[in-house]
Design a protein around this ligand. Structure first.
Ligand SMILES: [Zn+2]
Length: 321
């Protein structure tokens, strides 16, 4: 724990990895390198690249990733990436393709989140945005789904608890799709509170019923907008966060609830993402010395993704003294 407010003077971390710009092996997939490229171009234009602490992260250690995943599943993913036909046949879902870089890229995405936890506990940054792909929140303990292979946010949360000895962490998922993999991995873990909003019904149409006791799930009908978001944040998330007293807050930051996204039908805007980020940064600063790790999930309309991440980063670095 810090004894003063010096951390407020530190820059926001922008953690990424060398394969975040590698092509998706599935031609034409919306989960593409152009997403990171659009974010970084917008940061350059907005002058944000000079204000963040940019780090290129390496892969997470295998034993760390095994905190969230079945070792046999990780073996299979590694063999599939190496071209093993039997392992490749197990990754035959229509929205996924495993290429030569997939295993390493997924391990590097998780590695960025683990490095973010360390950087916050060693207090070398104020908070962190992990610009990673593949994303992670649909990946379950032993399954890949929806462009996700390793559940980056779950690996980070479990690493913070088991290896860095925190006692309580919160995970907040505002991607338009339900973070079903995260819910599966953290279900009934009393050290984790998982808050999630999502359009329903919509991919992946998979929920644990009844909802696990540590999960605060808010399914939303198509058309829900920023007014609904504010009701959830003020009426549900902030009071429950305050009661839980997390020592670190993780965000599964998907920006595909934006009104310009064609993949779903929620109506959020940049103003809403700025509001949401500001409230969560304020909560992290009041509850846990600002220890907040934001991890990129979805967001496929390149223009709205880039603008939304820009306001997200601006709010992460707000009032830096
Ligand atoms: Zn999504």
């Amino acid at each position: 724990m810090t004894t003063n407010d010096d951390w407020r003077t530190l820059p926001t971390g922008y953690f990424t990895h060398e394969l975040a710009l590698a092509p998706n092996p599935l031609d034409g997939a919306p989960e593409a390198a152009a997403r990171i490229d659009a974010i970084e171009s917008r940061m350059l234009v907005g002058g944000l690249d000079e204000r963040v602490d940019r780090r290129l992260c390496g892969p997470a250690e295998r034993t760390t990733v095994e905190l969230a995943h079945d070792p046999e599943y990780l073996d299979r993913l590694e063999r599939a990436s190496a071209g093993d036909p039997e392992a490749l046949a197990r990754f035959s879902m229509p929205d996924m393709r495993v290429g030569a870089d997939t295993y390493r890229a997924a391990m590097c995405s998780a590695g960025a989140v683990v490095e973010a936890v360390d950087a916050l506990l060693e207090r070398t940054v104020r908070n962190v945005f992990c610009a990673v792909r593949p994303p992670g929140h649909h990946a379950g303990r032993a399954r890949a789904s929806g462009f996700c292979f390793v559940n980056n946010v779950a690996v980070g949360a479990l690493y913070a608890l088991r290896r860095r000895r925190l006692e309580r962490v919160a995970v907040i998922d505002f991607d338009v799709h339900h973070g079903d993999g995260t819910e599966e991995i953290v279900a009934e873990n009393p050290s984790v509170r998982f808050f999630s909003l999502f359009q329903w019904p919509l991919f992946p149409d998979r929920r644990i019923v009844p909802t696990p006791s540590n999960v605060v799930a808010t399914p939303l009908a198509a058309g829900a907008d920023g007014t609904t978001l504010r009701e959830i944040v003020e009426g549900l998330w902030l009071p429950k966060l305050e009661a839980f007293r997390p020592q670190m807050i993780f965000l599964s930051s998907g920006f595909d609830a934006h009104t310009e996204e064609t993949m779903a039908q929620l109506k959020f805007s940049e103003v809403d993402y700025a509001y949401l980020t500001r409230r969560l940064v304020d909560a992290s600063e009041a509850l846990c010395d600002g220890r907040l790790v934001s991890v990129l999930e979805g967001g496929y309309s390149l223009r709205s993704l880039a603008r939304s991440v820009l306001v997200h980063l601006q709010m992460l670095g707000r009032n830096r003294t």
